[in-house]
Design a protein around this ligand. Structure first.
Ligand SMILES: [Mg+2]
Length: 282
């Protein structure tokens, strides 16, 4: 079991990486990235059974994670590099021409750790179901994880996948919803209310659980372990994880305003003043 304080230190460095990457090119999505930092840190540094040093696309015998809301690539790239998939120096190339770290992850750049292109929202759950079924056919005792935005749930393809997975007993699948109540144009309730996400997935036949404090490392680690304990029982697992967009930087927190804009020089300095450098900046 990873030490919670160690994970929190990693998360602080990941947040520094996020704001520095987005600031450097004045482009990118800091809000959702900061909100999902505990989740991705816990996943890659504690929960996932994976081998960063020998990455291949097939992931035989490994757990797999698919980032469906690909616009939060800053947190994804930071965690991948910090957990050993590629050199942290490459974070300097984020969103630059010919970089492997495109604004939205793609596979043809060959970046270790990326197994689907995402950014066109709504597709990751369908891909994950295919991977999860493959792992079952291969007799693997492994788990497929996804992350989705709550705004992303407005995409129709999500509900085709949500219907398919329970009907086909895809019970080695854990889909986490980043329930921050925000999307790019405002609150999810104002844009297109989702009602109760938990009730919707329950109605479709999923095993549903909640992480109330998605920005508390202990809650996230315990929640993901509980989710794992619910696999293998005939149902896919949906985790409704409540987070705050922009968490960790006070002036970015709790608003959709920082969904997709970059901090100025002064704002970067203010943000970094709130985030301890623990592993060394890239
Ligand atoms: Mg959202």
């Amino acid at each position: 079991m990873a030490d919670i304080q160690e994970l929190e230190k990693i998360a602080s460095q990941v947040r520094r990486d996020i704001v520095r990457m987005v600031h450097a090119v004045q482009s990118g999505h800091p809000g959702g990235s900061l909100g999902c930092t505990e989740f991705l840190t816990a996943l890659y540094f504690d929960i996932l059974k994976h081998n960063a040093k020998s990455f291949d696309m097939d992931a035989k015998g490994e757990d797999v994670f698919f980032l469906s809301n690909g616009h939060i690539s800053p947190v994804f790239y930071s965690v991948l590099s910090r957990s050993g998939y590629f050199d942290v120096d490459e974070l300097n190339t984020f969103r630059k021409i010919n970089s492997r770290l495109q604004g939205h992850p793609t596979t043809h750049e060959g970046l270790e750790g990326v197994r689907i292109a995402s950014g066109s929202l709504g597709q990751g759950m369908s891909v994950a179901i295919g991977a999860a079924l493959t792992k079952k056919m291969n007799g693997e005792d492994t788990t497929v994880y996804t992350l989705h935005g709550d705004g992303e749930l407005q995409e129709g393809q999500i509900w085709e996948a949500a219907l398919y997975a329970p009907a086909n007993k895809v019970d080695n699948l854990i889909c986490t919803i980043d329930a921050n109540g925000q999307q790019i144009d405002g609150s999810t309730d104002d844009v297109l209310s989702m009602g109760s996400i938990a009730d919707k997935f329950k109605a479709f036949g999923w095993e549903v659980m909640t992480i109330e404090k998605g920005n508390d490392m202990t809650s996230v680690v315990d929640g993901l372990k509980h989710a794992k304990s619910l696999t293998g029982k005939g149902k896919p697992v949906c985790v409704v994880m409540h987070t705050e967009m922009g968490y960790g930087v006070d002036f970015m927190q709790g608003t959709h305003e920082w969904h997709g804009i970059a901090p100025s020089d002064d704002q970067l300095a203010a943000a970094l003043g709130q985030l301890e450098e623990t592993l060394g900046d890239y």
